[in-house]
Design a protein around this ligand. Structure first.
Ligand SMILES: [Zn+2]
Length: 210
């Protein structure tokens, strides 16, 4: 392994350190096994051999799906690099038909992959979650859990909500909410994420609704 492909995991409980393989980039087409490991959460998971604590490696990972033309950069807050903004603008110039996003953890990375693979708009998903949150009064961390289109129309939108106590709740959002939100997003230029790796999340949607 060269230096770029090594990462030192440090156990937050007992302090044990171990070297693990690092994946600075994953290509969905040429590395389908790594794609699956991102989706099931195992790629960055590390179990401390000394005490059994489970933790996650924290380093930037660029995910690229050349077939579906999207890139997602996972940049943990602890590993922020200001060059990412400049690189994003370069990618936007060279690959103008790509969708580029930025997330800060592997759960949000897996969520974006599923949204784009299922042909949904992440802006419309975020807006639908916002509307659902207002109407239902549900609180917690909202995650996309699946969408089904039929004849180009949304027929089903499922989300999961992770509560403060760690429990999960699953909801079916009315598919009309997604359809309405998609139309709002399409006719509102403010709702179109700018060039580069944009963080489209709940806070981003809130900033657009002000
Ligand atoms: Zn440990």
């Amino acid at each position: 392994m060269n230096e770029d492909s090594k990462y030192i995991c440090r156990c937050p409980v007992c302090g044990h350190c171990a070297e693990v393989r690092k994946y600075p980039s994953v290509n969905a087409s040429s590395e389908p096994d790594l794609r699956l490991k991102i989706l099931d959460g195992s790629l960055l998971r590390w179990v401390c051999p000394a005490c059994g604590e489970t933790t996650y490696a924290e380093y930037p990972l660029l995910y690229h799906d050349p077939g579906r033309k999207f890139m997602i950069w996972m940049v943990p807050y602890s590993a922020y690099d200001p060059n990412i903004e400049e690189y994003g603008l370069k990618v936007a110039r060279l690959l103008p038909d790509y969708t580029c996003r930025k997330v800060d953890n592997v759960l949000r990375l897996a969520e974006k992959i599923q949204i784009f693979e299922q042909g949904a708009s992440d802006v419309a998903v975020e807006l639908s979650e916002y509307v659902f949150r207002q109407e239902s009064g549900a609180s917690g961390n909202f995650f996309f859990h699946g969408i089904r289109f039929d004849g180009g129309l949304c027929r089903e939108l499922r989300i999961s909500v992770v509560k403060a106590d760690g429990g999960h709740e699953y909801y079916n959002v009315s598919p009309e909410i997604y359809t309405d939100c998609e139309a709002i997003v399409e006719r509102n230029p403010d709702m179109k994420p700018g060039p580069g790796f944009v963080r489209v999340d709940y806070s981003w949607i809130m900033s657009k609704l002000k």
